[in-house]
Design a protein around this ligand. Structure first.
Ligand SMILES: Nc1ncnc2c1ncn2[C@@H]1O[C@H](COP(=O)(O)OP(=O)(O)O)[C@@H](O)[C@H]1O
Ligand SMILES: [Mg+2]
Length: 300
């Protein structure tokens, strides 16, 4: 029995720290790289590493490549105690990202690619695995696989959370298929045409009865429960690298949800854990422990 089953993406991140953002004209057209690192990450892999660091039993269903990147991701997940019995290894390079990190603010631009052969397919998901979890988390990288995982979970009475970062023709269906959509900041407006965040969430509410959450970067996060809106500002921290902040937020959100926290406490815990992750380099590298996250609530 697992607490959290994650269905979705991993990545090997090539992180370049830069003194500025590159721009085609002017002095930032050529920039010296301050430092570079290679670190494991990717949406669902980072969510699971967060859940594991917070003490949950986790399992990953996703693809890795059979190259050095794939080996590194696998080793990191294993080291963190994520079950890999349903990991799918494919011929080809691991999905990767080039992360351009502006070291002045710790914000980043992510450029990514993935071999089509590494797509997670709906039939890679075994129904009995879905039923072995208390909660299933999906991202939207392979939306058809995510939809199948969500519908299998739903019919088995297993709760589903999600990471929704892009709007495609499948997004409405994915939102409807999960219990708790956790949306990236630009998604509510793109889904509803409503640019005020509260109104956009209330518009999504018309077709969805569950908790609706959106992350807002340095402005924290919002959660709509029934018709009650919660907004939790992000703690102010010295930001080193925001890569993975959204995934750490989701992992911590899941932890608090599973232990039965009230909405306000879920948001506090998740924004605290995410802020802590911004103070360290790397996606998975920034994952805090339960003790670190707990003692930092209200203290950072
Ligand atoms: N600069 C920051 N300072 C403190 N917390 C942050 C910062 N950036 C992000 N966070 C936290 O991480 C969460 C996710 O960040 P966000 O930028 O919305 O996601 P993404 O990972 O998609 O960039 C936010 O809700 C917030 O709690
Ligand atoms: Mg961000």
């Amino acid at each position: 029995m697992f607490d959290v089953l994650g269905v979705g993406a991993c990545s090997i991140d090539y992180v370049y720290r830069l003194p500025d953002y590159p721009r085609p004209d002017g002095p930032s057209a050529k920039l010296r790289i301050s430092s570079r690192t290679i670190s494991p990450g990717g949406q669902t892999a980072t969510v699971l590493c967060t859940c594991a660091a917070l003490g949950l039993r986790t399992k990953y269903v996703g693809t890795v490549g059979n190259d050095d990147g794939g080996r590194r991701v696998r080793e990191e997940l294993m080291r963190r105690g994520v079950d890999l019995a349903d990991l799918v290894e494919r011929n080809g390079p691991n999905p990767y990202a080039v992360v351009l990190l502006d070291e002045r603010q710790g914000e980043r631009i992510v450029l990514w690619d993935r071999d089509d052969g590494l797509r997670l397919r709906p039939d890679d998901i075994r129904p009995e695995v879905i039923r072995s979890a208390r909660l299933v988390h999906v991202d939207d990288v392979d939306a058809e696989a995510a939809l199948r995982a969500a519908s299998l979970a739903r019919s088995a009475g297993v709760r589903v959370t999600s990471d929704i970062e892009q709007v495609t023709e499948l997004t409405q269906r994915l939102v409807a298929a999960v219990d708790v959509p956790i949306l990236a900041e630009h998604v509510p407006a793109a889904l509803t045409g409503e640019h005020d965040m509260e109104r956009a969430l209330r518009a999504i509410r018309r077709g969805h009865a569950g908790l609706l959450c959106v992350t807002l970067g340095a402005r924290g996060a919002m959660l709509l429960e029934g018709d009650h809106l919660y907004h939790e500002p992000a703690p102010r921290v010295k930001v080193v690298d925001t890569t993975g902040a959204g995934d750490v937020f989701r992992g911590a959100f899941i932890h608090a949800l599973l232990r039965g926290d009230a909405p306000r406490d879920i948001l506090r815990f998740a924004t605290t854990a995410a802020a802590l992750s911004c103070t360290k380099p790397g996606a998975i590298g920034g994952v805090p422990t339960l003790e670190e996250a707990t003692k930092s609530i209200g203290a950072i």
